[in-house]
Design a binder for this molecule. Structure first.
Ligand code: ZN
Length: 186
C-alpha cells in the first residue's frame, strides 16, 4: 500500500487490511478508466484483471521503472530506508551484471524454495563450523539468509524470488570463500 501510494495510485494509506480497487496504468494506454486493479494488503500484493497479473513490491518497481530484479530491490531499500541485503560491504557486487534470467536458468525446477533454503543453511552451517571465514562475514551472510527466509515466510516476496535470492547469495558466498582460499595459498 505504501509503495502504491508513493507511486501516486489512488489508494488510501492506512487502510489496514482493507482491499482497495484502483486504476492501473501498466496496461493499454495507461488510463484504465474503470479501475481494474485491487490491492491485497494481507499478502502485500495487488492484482490487475486487465494485465492478468499479480504483482508484489519487487514486480511493481520492475514494471514501473523498467528495472531488473536486483536493481528493483536496491530501489526499494533506498525508498523505504531498509538495510541493504548484506552481501555487499561497500562493493556493488554483480547485482548489475547477473540478470535474473541467468540465475533462473541455474535453478533446478524439481526443487523448491525450501530446498534452496536448506542448501544454503547447510552450507553456512559448514562455514560457521570451519571457522575459516571472518566472523563479520559469517554474521552478514546469516543475516541475509534470515532476511530472505523471513521475506518469503511473510509473503513479502514470492517463493521464486526467494529461490533467486538464496541462490545468488550462495553463489556470492562461494565466490568469496574461494577467493579467500586462493589468497591464503598464494
Ligand atoms: Zn493493469
Amino acid at each position: 500500500v505504501d509503495l502504491l501510494v508513493d507511486y501516486g495510485y489512488a489508494i488510501r494509506p492506512g487502510g489496514g487490511d482493507r482491499e482497495q480497487q484502483f486504476s492501473c496504468d501498466l496496461h493499454g494506454d495507461g488510463r484504465d478508466v474503470k479501475p481494474s486493479a485491487r490491492v491485497y494488503p494481507e499478502t502485500n500484493s495487488w492484482y490487475c484483471w486487465a494485465c492478468s497479473k499479480s504483482r508484489d513490491l519487487i514486480d511493481t518497481v520492475r514494471d514501473k521503472e523498467d528495472l531488473g530484479f536486483m536493481e528493483s530491490i536496491d530501489l526499494l531499500e533506498k525508498k523505504f530506508g531498509l538495510s541493504p541485503l548484506p552481501w555487499e560491504d561497500g562493493e556493488t557486487y554483480e547485482r548489475k551484471t547477473t540478470p535474473k534470467e541467468e540465475i533462473l536458468s541455474t535453478l533446478n525446477p524439481q526443487k523448491t524454495f525450501q530446498d534452496d533454503k536448506t542448501r544454503l543453511e547447510t552450507f553456512l552451517g559448514t562455514l560457521t563450523a570451519e571457522r575459516s571465514s571472518p566472523l563479520k562475514s559469517l554474521l552478514t551472510w546469516w543475516e541475509a539468509f534470515d532476511k530472505i527466509a523471513f521475506w518469503v515466510f511473510k509473503e513479502k516476496i514470492s517463493e521464486m524470488d526467494g529461490r533467486l535470492l538464496m541462490t545468488s547469495l550462495r553463489t556470492e558466498i562461494q565466490k568469496r570463500v574461494k577467493e579467500a582460499a586462493e589468497c591464503s595459498t598464494k
